[in-house]
Design a protein around this ligand. Structure first.
Ligand code: FA5
Length: 342
């Protein structure tokens, strides 16, 4: 076989290998094999100068043409394969936007939050404004301004978490009453949901719990207004048929102080074995009273001109009663098996 024939043979081999190669990588292998530094064709080109004069031209021309032809075919195939590869990639990465989305578990509102939302909605409907205050509170707002001076035994009744520098974790939402009165002129109608803290832990007490405070200060407010407002709230939360009653009670910052009971909305007082009211027919719901004139004065309001009522309830306890949950601590353990029931 002459060298020119060998070149022709190599070229045909290369062209058919290029035609068969289906990927950029395969094409690169073909290039190395037929055009690379140690390819047969390259070796032939290197040896041209050793050939007899009369053969050099024919072999040189033929090897150059073969090289060009292979290069042209390679470029063409590279372009074709690139298009095919891109199409394949697009096909593989295609997103079917008509497929249904992956379902994810739906959350639900915490039982306390449901009660809080309902209570707050009710008062907002009456025209009350939602107020907030800090959970880390000064001793002054948590106690002194509420008529509980230093050394007063009433301080001991609320198992307080004391922090440094005269700060406490607020034991109730009542300090928001004072903060609000100090920051605005009467009339005041606020409701204040928030977290509160006490060193307590048993089935009906947790170290962190929620309270909702309410405060109304205006001209001529009476205990009748307090009762009417809270009765309307109880009907809103527990149903149209519930009745309310006030019992005398004592809180340092109200005078008189009362506790509000609602008639048992489960048995209505007819079942001596009722799990919710334990046969009493009444469920204790909140503390309330007429704002003590000393508290109004401390906040800069004239007690001769204004009167007010305040109330503070525990929405966690209300949720406990409503959903029949025996232990309040379950509310705050974050166990999804418990929470997913609501
Ligand atoms: C108070 O905290 C008063 N500030 C309420 C008040 C406001 C009275 C305005 C008058 C005027 P008391 O300590 O009773 O009151 O708490 C109110 C409610 O918070 C209780 O009825 C109860 O539902 C809830 N509560 C108290 N301690 C805990 C606790 N450790 N865990 C869960 N709930 C609690």
């Amino acid at each position: 076989m002459s060298v020119v024939e060998r070149i022709e043979e190599l070229k045909l081999e290369a062209l058919s290998a290029l035609a068969e190669a289906g990927t950029t990588k395969d094409l690169e292998s073909v290039r190395v094999k037929y055009l690379g530094r140690s390819a047969d064709l390259t070796e032939i080109k290197k040896s041209i100068r050793d050939l007899p004069q009369d053969e050099r031209k024919a072999v040189g021309g033929s090897s150059n043409r073969a090289t060009k032809e292979i290069e042209a075919a390679l470029a063409e195939r590279l372009a074709e394969v690139a298009v095919a590869e891109r199409e394949e990639k697009l096909r593989a990465e295609a997103v079917d936007v008509t497929l249904p989305g992956a379902p994810y578990p739906k959350g639900s509102l915490h039982p306390s939050l449901r009660v809080i939302d309902e209570v707050v909605d009710f008062f907002v409907g009456l025209g009350y404004r939602v107020a907030e205050g800090p959970e880390v509170e000064t001793d002054y707002y948590n106690f002194t301004a509420l008529n509980i001076p230093p050394g007063h035994p009433a301080r001991g009744m609320q198992d307080t978490f004391f922090l440094d520098d005269g700060l406490v974790l607020r034991t109730h939402t009542s300090p928001v009453q004072v903060r609000t009165m100090l920051s605005q002129e009467p009339p005041v109608y606020i409701v204040c949901p928030g977290r509160t803290y006490r060193r307590d832990s048993d089935p009906t007490h947790t170290p962190m719990f929620n309270q909702i405070e309410g405060l109304a200060v205006d001209k001529g407010l009476t205990l009748g207004d307090l009762k009417g407002t809270l009765a309307a709230m109880a009907r809103h939360i527990f149903g149209e048929d519930v009745k309310v009653r006030l019992r005398p009670s004592y809180f340092q910052f109200v005078e008189p102080g009362v506790e509000l009971d609602v008639s048992c909305f489960i048995c209505g007082g007819s079942d001596p074995n009722c799990k919710v009211c334990k046969g009493a027919g009444w469920i204790e719901m909140l503390g309330a009273g007429m704002v003590d004139p000393a508290v109004l004065s401390e906040a800069g309001y004239d007690p001769e001109e204004y009167t007010g009522f305040a109330f503070g309830m525990g929405p966690d306890r209300m949720a406990m009663v409503r959903y029949g949950i025996p232990d309040l601590r379950l509310f705050f353990e974050g166990d999804l098996r418990f929470l997913q029931q609501f």
